[in-house]
Every structure is written in C-alpha cells, then in structure tokens.
Ligand binder design. Structure first.
Ligand code: S3P
Length: 429
C-alpha cells in the first residue's frame, strides 16, 4: 500500500497538459477490434490498469493484441474467432471490462470464469446477468449469480426487448454486444440517456444501429469490419484539472485533446452553472467522437443543484464536483445519484468521509450529498479507499489545504490516470 505526502497550499496552477485517452473508449476499442474482422489500429489508447485488464482478458480469448508506444494493433477474427480461455479471466478493478465482456461471452459457445478484485466482488452483476440469462446464456456465481466469481457458458442467443431498470451504459453496452450475436433484432430502452460510445463504435466498425430517443435497436448476425480509432482525451480525467484551475488562485490551465461527447459533458454544464470561467476552443465535431481544448481560469463560484437526467452525463465526476462545491458560495445539492453507492467504492460515503477529515462541510443523503461552501481545508491523513477518482479528488483538495496531507492507497490512481502526478506537478507554480 503506497502513501504520499501531497503538495499543499500552492500559489497557482499554470500551463498546458494533454489529457490521456478516454477509459470507456479505450476498453471498447479493444473489444470491438477483437470481434471485428481484420486489423484494427488504435492510437492514444489509455494504458491504465483497467484497460490493461481488458487487453489481458481478450488475449486469453485468443486475440492477438500488440502494444506499441501509445497504440495498439489488434487482429480480429470476428466473434467466431474467439476461443475458450484456458485460464480464469481477471478483470481487476474494472466494472466496464466485466460487464461488457459478459455481453460478448454470452453468445460464444464456451465456458469462462470471471474474477476481479475486492471492489469488483461487491459490485452488483444481476443488472447484466438477468437480461443475458433471458437471452439464453447460462450464468452462475456467488449469491445466485449476483457477484463474482462468475461463470458463463455462452450459447445461441434470442433477441431481447428490454427496458433498463437503471441508467447504465455498461448494461446497455453488454446487451448491445449480446444483441449483435442474437437471432434477430434487439431493442434496449434507457430511462435516461447514458454515454453512447458503444453505439458510435458499432457504426465506426461498419455496423448498423438505430436510435430513436432513448430506444436503441441492433440487428444480430452483423459482421463488423476493422477500423482505425483515435481515442480522444478522457473528460473524466480532465475534470480534476478543470476543478483545480477553477479553485486555485491566479490559475490558468489549458487542457488539450478532451473528448466532448455530449453524453459526457455534464461537468462542463455544471461548472458553467456555478459561474466557472471555462472556455471550449478548437472543437472538432467531425470525428467519430467530438473533442476539443478547454481553458479554465480561477473562478468565483456559487452553489447549485445537480440532479435528474444530468446525473448519467457526469456520474464519474461527482467526487470532484463535491470538492468544487466546497469552494463555492452557498449550498450545493447533488441528488438522484444513488448509483454512486455501487461504484469502485460507495462514493457517497467515501467522498463525505474523506472530505470531512479535511474540514469540508458535507452531508450524505440517500441519493447524493449536500455541500456547504466555502470551507477552508486543513491537513490530515486521507485515503483513496482504493478508488482512483477519490484519490485524485483528494490530491486536488490538498492543493488548497494549509496543513500537511498524507494520502494513503495512491496506487489506485493508475486505474485511469497513470501519469496524474506528473501532470499535476508540471502545473504547480
Ligand atoms: C462506463 C459507464 C458508467 C461509468 C463507468 C464507465 C462505461 O458506469 O460510471 O466509469 O464505460 O460504460 P455505469 O454503466 O455503471 O453507470
């Protein structure tokens, strides 16, 4: 377990960083490259631990994946080119890996077993195992198939018409991946729009998919063709520097190459609502995933309400939005976010517990939190609790603190942002 004494009480943040590849898109580039026919090339792939777990699982399924500097070459032979794994598939800390992978494994005629780390062992899997079982897959696991370790035996799949009980891109994507293998057309209905990277990838790989409001339809038996994918920067990683730039005095930070898919830009909406001096420049809307550069300057912030259909568009950014709210005048309410309880940690509890240690005025509610600003933050010993986004949020909180801060379990950060501290240190003046 690694711990680190963090930089505190800094004067300003100035400079430019290029945000590393998007985690969600990097996972999907490996999966689609593996199930398509031909050679897929991926640039700006995120070499974070989660995405490396995805590569390792697909290698065990017989796919050739070569890694080079910042890129991948994947030799796909279709769903039918996947082979039965000799070993257990270990997804590490990655919910996206296990849930999307199950959608693929549901339709191939082999037996696989899936394990992950302690956090994965607590995350609910019935949201994918129930609909995949309805399509025909044979799935079992701990607590009647609700938790890892899981086993899955794929089969010929029947199509599904399914209303998602929770707004989850992972569940939607698992069902679309299974739907691509089913005998007929499957329709998935979302309660609120979630990230649409899987839909965009299906089109990028030459497949067809229809979207009518929150109803998505895909036909089984389509053959996908290899593609060249450039992964844009991860807005969920950029979010830490957007907030840092807004709350540290006399700062100006330029963030290059940030993915601006409208299903992910809730953080920009909320920051603008709170009064942030945030500009989008050089936006490119023509690529399969839009991206651009962002400039953030020190801002006068006010509290706000974050709720409803906006929540899935910023679900991973709520820990850092909570920190932002500690530095805004007045009250911020975050609600309709009970999904936070089933992330890498229970993020309602972990955010509230850790920020309180530093003097923030923050309360947990049933479906979110209430934060009162502005708070002066002081020193202490905090922990990522093994959750990458909690670790990075605390490292940004430390910049404002007037006392020494020790962060425990820093190793979690490499799940999504291996060079986070190098980027942070390069901006500190
Ligand atoms: C993801 C979807 C979201 C998100 C996760 C990545 C994806 O999870 O929190 O970090 O890549 O599809 P849910 O589908 O559980 O909301």
């Amino acid at each position: 377990m690694a711990s680190l004494t963090l930089k505190t009480n800094i004067n300003r943040l100035v400079g430019e960083i290029t945000i590393p590849g998007d985690k969600s898109i990097s996972h999907r580039s490996v999966m689609f490259g593996s199930i398509a026919y031909g050679e897929t090339r991926v640039t700006n792939f995120l070499p974070g631990d989660d995405c490396l777990s995805t590569i390792s699982c697909f290698r065990k399924l017989g796919v050739t994946i070569e890694e080079s500097d910042n890129g991948l070459r994947i030799i796909g032979k279709g769903f039918e080119g996947l082979t039965e794994p000799d070993e257990v598939l270990d997804v590490g800390n990655s919910g996206t890996t296990i849930r999307l992978l199950m959608g693929i494994l549901a339709g191939i005629p082999y037996f696989s077993s899936l394990v992950g780390d302690e956090s994965i062992g607590k995350r609910p899997m019935t949201r994918v195992t129930i609909p995949l079982t309805n399509m025909g897959a044979k799935i079992d696991g701990r607590k009647n198939g609700a938790f890892t370790p899981l086993s899955i035996r794929g089969t010929r799949l029947s199509p599904i018409n399914y209303q998602l009980p929770v707004a989850s891109a992972q569940v939607k994507s698992a069902l679309l991946l299974a739907g691509l293998q089913a005998d007929g057309e499957s329709t998935i209905i979302e309660p609120a729009e979630t990230r649409d990277h899987t839909e965009r990838m299906i089109r990028m790989f030459g497949g067809e998919i229809r979207k009518d409001n929150q109803m998505i339809t895909v036909k089984g038996g389509q053959k996908l063709k290899a593609a060249t994918i450039h992964v844009p920067g991860d807005i969920s990683s950029a979010a830490f520097f957007l907030v840092a730039g807004a709350i540290i005095p006399e700062s100006e930070v330029i963030l290059k190459n940030v993915g601006l898919n409208p299903t992910r830009t809730g953080i920009i909406e909320v920051m603008k609502q709170m009064g942030a001096d945030l500009q989008i420049v050089q936006k490119d809307d023509n690529s399969f995933e839009p991206f651009g550069d962002l400039i953030i300057k020190t801002s006068e912030l006010k509290g706000t309400v974050v709720e409803g259909d906006l929540i899935p568009k910023l679900i991973d950014e709520i820990p850092i939005i909570a920190l932002l709210a500690t530095q805004a005048e007045g009250k911020t309410i975050i609600r309709d976010a009970e999904e936070l309880k089933v992330k890498e940690t229970n993020r309602i509890d972990s955010v509230v517990h850790e920020l309180r240690k530093l003097g923030a005025r923050i309360e947990a509610t049933e479906d979110g939190m209430i934060i009162y600003g502005k708070s002066r933050l002081h020193g202490g010993t905090v922990s990522s609790q093994g959750d990458h986004r909690i670790g990075m949020m605390l490292a940004i909180a430390a910049l404002l603190s007037d006392g020494e801060i020790c962060l425990e379990k820093t190793e979690a950060i490499s799940v999504s942002y291996p060079n986070f501290f190098t980027h942070l240190n390069s901006l500190i003046r």
